[in-house]
Design a protein around this ligand. Sequence first.
Ligand code: SF4
Length: 186
Amino acid sequence: MMCEPTTSHNKPKLLLHVCCAPCSPHVVDLLQKEYCVKAYFYDPNIHPEEEYYFRLEEMKRFCREIQLDIIAANYDPDRWFEIMAGHESDPEKGERCGLCFRMRLEKAAQFAEDNGFSSFATVLSVSPHKDAGVINEIGKELGEKYHVDFHEADFKKKNGFKISVEKSKEFGLKRQDYCGCVYSRR
Ligand code: SF4
């Protein structure tokens, strides 16, 4: 649901970092009960470039279907590779993933502060491969730094991942078989 103009409703504005369309429908449904949600796509981890644009276009298609506003940030994979240097061989859920979460969430937190959002969140914890404890710690720290509340959650809980898979099928959203970066693809 679109939330503009903000004067027409009383819900607080939340910026939702999204990584891909199939991870989003369930989280959006949950958050829209409490917030006026806008999606924010910042995912320079995605490799290769064609895959990045595929995921972005799928996300935009989903947003059009449910009339959700989306902001796409720049694609800066060079910066992502710089930050991940030395962590190429880390396993999934290791230190590299923490750096990757931080990079994406920091950009979202900055954007939220600069554009009058009171809160921000991410869909990332809906994945069974992602540690909600790590995501929430990073989110809280960045929320304090940028003066926006981080909505802590573990969206995979209460059957969240299963519901997310069912909902993404309803929308015909293709779920990829790797997280996003070149190392997870290997
Ligand atoms: S596996 Fe996923 S979360 Fe971890 S570094 Fe790669 S893209 Fe980022």
